[in-house]
Ligand binder design. Structure first.
Ligand code: ADP
Ligand code: NI
Length: 217
């Protein structure tokens, strides 16, 4: 990447940081920061364009349905990139990443992603699992006033994005509805390797959670 490209990325990172300041559902600037750093690491040996990967990572949640009206978010995303002189072809690649990166339900087909999109998706998914993933899930659930767990409400594997979006289930259900499925859906060898270790950590957490639920000392 040339010097102009790296300077644009730094300026865009500053603006994205301002945009996500104070976000309280686990999608704050530090989530974006971690996805950005992990994306750079995973991009090694994939042949992905680092410029598109970095912009894709920085922008991936700006238009997310959980945080904003996606149309308003997309206009903001485009303006942010254009204001920093990003060329139209790159803008459309970043927009495509932002539209396709999100998980949409256990039985919902995943769109084919560009290699840059695959890298950003892996990094985003890695931040949803492991220790940080556990912390984020409960931060998200708390922000929506959801219980930790309710033994009377079983998890559901969703067949449509609409149903997945509508779910108001307790946070433990989210592990079965999404988080434990991610290990088998990684795109890159580097992402898969990190996912395996983070997956085991979540399994240990759940085992202990259920032991404590039944009063284990
Ligand atoms: P994606 O685009 O795949 O949804 P994000 O980075 O936008 O990924 O954030 C997903 C994270 O939001 C989850 O991994 C989890 O931490 C949180 N989240 C989303 N839905 C729920 C839910 N129903 N219960 C708990 N956490 C949730
Ligand atoms: Ni994200």
């Amino acid at each position: 990447m040339n010097e102009k490209g790296s300077e644009a990325i730094e300026r865009i990172a500053t603006k994205v940081r301002q945009h996500f300041e104070g976000e309280g559902t686990g999608h704050d600037w530090w989530h974006v920061y971690r996805v950005w750093q992990l994306s750079k690491k995973i991009a090694d040996e994939t042949g992905a364009s680092l410029y598109v990967v970095e912009l894709g990572a920085l922008m991936h949640d700006v238009a997310d349905h959980k945080l904003t009206d996606p149309e308003v978010g997309e206009r903001r995303l485009i303006r942010l990139l254009e204001d920093e002189g990003v060329d139209p072809e790159t803008v459309s690649k970043v927009l495509e990443i932002s539209r396709n990166v999100s998980f949409k339900g256990a039985y919902v087909d995943e769109p084919q992603l560009s290699v840059e999109g695959q890298v950003v998706q892996d990094a985003d998914r890695l931040d949803a699992i492991g220790a940080i993933g556990i912390a984020r899930a409960f931060a998200f659930g708390g922000s929506k006033l959801r219980p930790l767990y309710d033994p009377d409400i079983p998890p559901a594997l969703h067949r449509s994005f609409e149903d997945y979006k509508k779910s108001t289930a307790p946070t433990i259900n989210h592990f079965y509805e999404k988080l434990l499925l991610l290990q088998d859906r990684m795109n890159t060898p580097a992402g898969r390797k990190i996912a395996q270790q983070r997956h085991r950590y979540m399994e240990d957490f759940l085992e202990q959670f259920f032991r404590e639920w039944e009063g284990a000392g």
